[in-house]
Design a protein around this ligand. Structure first.
Ligand code: AMP
Ligand code: MG
Length: 321
């Protein structure tokens, strides 16, 4: 792909111009930045796969500005979706799609993942467009998702014309994905809205986040969200000295490791704050001349579950036999 100049700014009208020309625009959401194209136009959508180097079997999330808009693109909206959408935005609903959604968006499935993002600038953009936006995270496939415009520029600069800058993402991990294909709704990806809060609204849900039983959700591939520097969970590899190591900690620094190589995600023990800081910490450590990243395991509750899920997928896998 030819190198092009990537502009960064808050100009919605300019974003609209590019999107109408079937170009890509990175957009802010409360979870992570998305790489957006006209979801109804396969020629625009194919560019997302090219720029991200994303396999075509990985379906995209469609972004709309209201529940009425969701109705335009799916054949059936369960009551649970109305209830959840009243309270939360960091949820993607997997629902039976209407024909108007092209197959390339859903990787040939008859369901579509659809979401109303919780970010004022992007909602304003969506309201001014007469099409929805297909937008996966704005990072190369398999790498750490971006939570600032600068992160997008770092990895996609020169490949897209415009980044709509909406500041740092307030949630910082991807949306929770919930499917309504089954009698009991099933969570396919842990994310920005916790299982506990979802269950408070709609009752018991199933959780199926195993990539093997769920090959259609590559956000769930064993290795994903991974920095280039190898990441280890809770163990210091003996071959490296403390000077060669970076740390992702919850509340406290680790003794012996240089302080500037440590990211304490929330000194007060707030898991939402930790989630918000996670990807910035991973990206920052990945840009340092270190040999390994050591991450703590977070409390297995609330947003700690999504954080642990991302860290496990980012970690070095045991050698396969
Ligand atoms: P990303 O926005 O990059 O996190 O990627 C979107 C993720 O949404 C994909 O990796 C899939 O796991 C999930 N997804 C999107 N559409 C569907 C669908 N129809 N069924 C199941 N999962 C979906
Ligand atoms: Mg992604």
């Amino acid at each position: 792909m030819d190198k092009q100049k990537t502009l960064v700014g808050k100009d919605i009208e300019l974003a609209i111009q590019f999107l109408k020309r079937n170009e890509l625009v990175a957009i802010p959401t409360e979870t992570v930045y998305g790489l957006a194209a006209n979801a109804l136009n396969p020629e625009a959508v194919v560019k997302i796969f090219e720029v991200k180097q994303r396999p075509f079997f990985d379906p995209l999330i469609v972004h709309v500005h209201s529940i009425d808009e969701i109705q335009k693109y799916v054949t059936y909206v369960p009551m649970a979706v109305y209830e959840l959408a009243k309270h939360f935005s960091a949820i993607t609903y997997v629902l039976p799609k209407k024909e108007i959604i092209p197959d390339i968006v859903t990787s040939g499935h008859n369901t579509v993942g659809i979401r109303i993002p919780g970010h004022a600038l992007t909602l304003e953009l969506l309201k001014k467009l007469d099409f929805p936006l297909a937008a996966p995270s704005a990072n190369p496939f398999g790498y750490v998702s971006p939570t600032t415009a600068q992160h997008v520029l770092d990895s996609l600069g020169g490949k897209i014309p415009y980044i709509l800058d909406g500041g740092a993402c307030s949630v910082g991990v991807e949306s929770t994905i919930i499917s309504f294909e089954t009698e009991i709704p099933t969570i396919l990806r842990l994310g920005g809205t916790t299982v506990e809060t979802i269950e408070e609204i709609i009752g018991k849900v199933d959780i199926d986040i195993q990539s093997k039983s769920n090959p259609n959700a590559p956000g769930l591939l064993d290795s994903h969200y991974a920095p280039n520097v190898p990441l280890y969970i809770e163990k210091y590899p003996p071959e490296y000295s403390h000077d060669e190591i970076g740390v992702i900690a919850f509340q406290h620094h680790h003794e012996g490791v240089p302080l500037h190589q440590q990211f304490v995600l929330s000194p007060t023990g707030d898991l939402s704050e930790a989630a918000k800081n996670l990807f910035h910490a991973l990206r920052s450590l990945d840009n340092m001349p270190i040999k390994a990243i050591i991450a703590e395991i977070f409390p297995d509750e609330s947003l700690g579950r999504a954080i642990n899920d991302r860290l496990h997928r980012a970690s070095v896998k045991r050698a396969r036999k």
